[in-house]
Structure formats: structure tokens, C-alpha cells
Design a protein around this ligand. Structure first.
Ligand code: ADP
Ligand code: MG
Ligand code: MG
Length: 254
């Protein structure tokens, strides 16, 4: 079973007055088949963790390691990360002009599998997965991310997740409001890949509401650039009742 190990990860961004440390020693292990939720207040560094794992050039790793089965992930290009089995929704460009969803998915699958999927079975697989996600067939012919609504972006993300079958998936729900439909779609997709037992999921979210649909095996509270507490699903209930105040007192980043 594949294991993603994050050890003492420190990450900085270039701010107006010089480098600013955002991640201050993150430790986390995610194994294939496990579902982890990372929750925390706005500005605590959750998206920075996701972008850093995705290899976004804005984020400088200043310390620590990230490995997949002992292989150095931080040394890998974005494509190599995908081929190694790490799925990061935000590793893909915001908009890909002139590339249809259908071509994009097949190109991605080819890159990851090392050979092009057989066209007939692939078309069927895409069609069935889109049906399950209640996506209109015409969506496949649209350009990637061009004019996608928030809900469509999420469905596209889950479509990729289901078709590309990574070992480890990192999903940043972002803090923009997902409507109930999108929330349910995301949850059902995550639960389906979870059901295969073959995908380890790191679900990053500000809101506890998604955890009504997805029961994580582990919950981690993120505060001020590191994990402040870890527990089981019951920790999410506590957060829903009490909020993040206990973690932010005297220490929230600006
Ligand atoms: P979260 O996802 O938990 O809301 P973020 O990772 O988006 O938090 O942000 C953490 C902190 O890092 C915030 O204070 C934010 O302003 C800062 N930050 C994130 N990205 C950048 C950047 N590119 N330049 C400057 N500051 C940044
Ligand atoms: Mg440290
Ligand atoms: Mg965020």
C-alpha cells in the first residue's frame, strides 16, 4: 500500500517585505485507503500545503521532506508526481484554452498509465462516470475550466479523480461556498473512490459540513502553519460544536 509521508515541512512565500514562512513544520502520513480531513481556520495555511504538494512555483520549500513510498516527491516534476500516483486537483492549469475536457482526460490518463487507454472502453468509462456525476454529456466537449462554475469545477475534479485512479488524492475544497448539490457530488465521488480501498484521500476544508457526507478515518486541525491536533471523526463533531477558537487564541497568522 502506497504511503505519502510529510515530515517537518516548512514553506515560505515571497511577500512584499521579504520571505514569509507559512508552513511551520507539518507532519502527516497518508496511506492508500485512508481518508484524512484537514480542517482549520482561514489563513492557517491549508491551501499552501496543497499548492506546495502540487509543486506550485510560488511556494518555496525551506525545510522538511515529502515522500511517496520513500521516493522524494519534492524532486519530481508536476507530471512525475501524477505518474507516481499523487493526484492534486490544482496541479492543472486554471484554464486550458482550446483543449476539450475529453482530450484533456485522455491525455492525462495516457501520461499516468504510460499508454493510451483503449478508445472504446475509455469512451464508455468517461460516459458512465459523467452520468454518475450527473454531468451533461456536452460537458466533455467544453474547453477545460473555461467558464466553469464552481460546481462544474468540482465535478470535473471528481471526474478526474475517478478516471485517473490515483494512489493519493489531495482535494482542497477551498473556502468558497459550494452549493449543496456540488457538495453532495464531491462527497459521493470521494466515497466511491474510497470504496475501492485503493485511494488515500487528503480532504482539506474549512467547513465541517462536508463531514456529514464523508466520515474521515482521521481529522487534523490545522492552525498557524502546522497540525495542532489529530483525532478520529469525533474531532470533527467537536470542531462543529466549538469552532476553531481554541486553536487560534494568541497565535493566528495575520
Ligand atoms: P487557508 O487555505 O488555510 O485559508 P492559505 O494557505 O491560503 O490558508 O494562506 C495562509 C497564509 O499565507 C495567509 O495569511 C495568506 O495570506 C498567506 N499566503 C498564501 N499564499 C500567499 C502568497 N502567494 N503570497 C503572500 N501570502 C500568501
Ligand atoms: Mg520545524
Ligand atoms: Mg484555502
Amino acid at each position: 500500500m502506497a504511503t505519502l509521508e510529510i515530515r517537518d515541512l516548512h514553506v515560505s512565500v515571497e511577500a512584499e517585505n521579504g520571505p514569509r514562512e507559512i508552513l511551520k513544520g507539518v507532519d502527516l502520513t497518508v496511506k492508500q485507503g485512508e481518508t484524512h480531513a484537514i480542517m482549520g481556520p482561514n489563513g492557517s495555511g491549508k491551501s499552501t500545503l496543497a499548492y506546495s504538494l502540487a509543486g506550485h512555483p510560488k511556494y518555496t520549500i525551506t525545510g522538511g521532506t515529502v515522500t511517496l513510498d520513500g521516493e522524494d516527491v519534492l524532486e519530481m516534476s508536476v507530471d512525475e508526481r501524477a505518474r507516481a500516483g499523487v493526484f492534486l486537483a490544482m496541479q492543472y492549469p486554471v484554464e486550458v484554452p482550446g483543449v476539450s475536457v475529453s482530450n484533456f482526460l485522455r491525455t492525462s490518463a495516457t501520461a499516468i498509465r504510460g499508454e493510451a487507454p483503449k478508445l472504446r472502453t475509455w469512451v464508455k468509462e468517461v460516459k458512465e462516470t459523467m452520468e454518475r456525476l450527473q454531468m451533461d454529456p456536452s460537458f466533455a466537449e467544453r474547453n477545460v475550466n473555461e467558464g466553469f462554475s464552481g460546481g462544474e469545477k468540482k465535478r470535473h475534479e471528481i471526474l478526474q479523480l475517478e478516471l485517473l485512479k490515483p494512489k493519493i488524492a489531495i482535494l482542497d475544497e477551498t473556502d468558497s461556498g459550494l452549493d449543496v448539490d456540488a457538495l453532495r457530488t464531491v462527497s459521493e465521488g470521494v466515497n466511491r473512490v474510497r470504496g475501492t480501498g485503493e485511494v488515500g484521500t487528503l480532504l482539506i476544508t474549512h467547513y465541517t459540513r462536508i463531514l456529514r457526507y464523508i466520515k474521515p478515518d482521521f481529522v487534523h486541525v490545522f492552525a498557524n502553519g502546522r497540525i495542532a491536533e489529530s483525532g478520529g471523526a469525533e474531532l470533527a463533531d467537536k470542531l462543529e460544536a466549538e469552532g476553531y477558537e481554541a486553536y487560534t487564541k494568541g497565535g493566528v497568522s495575520a
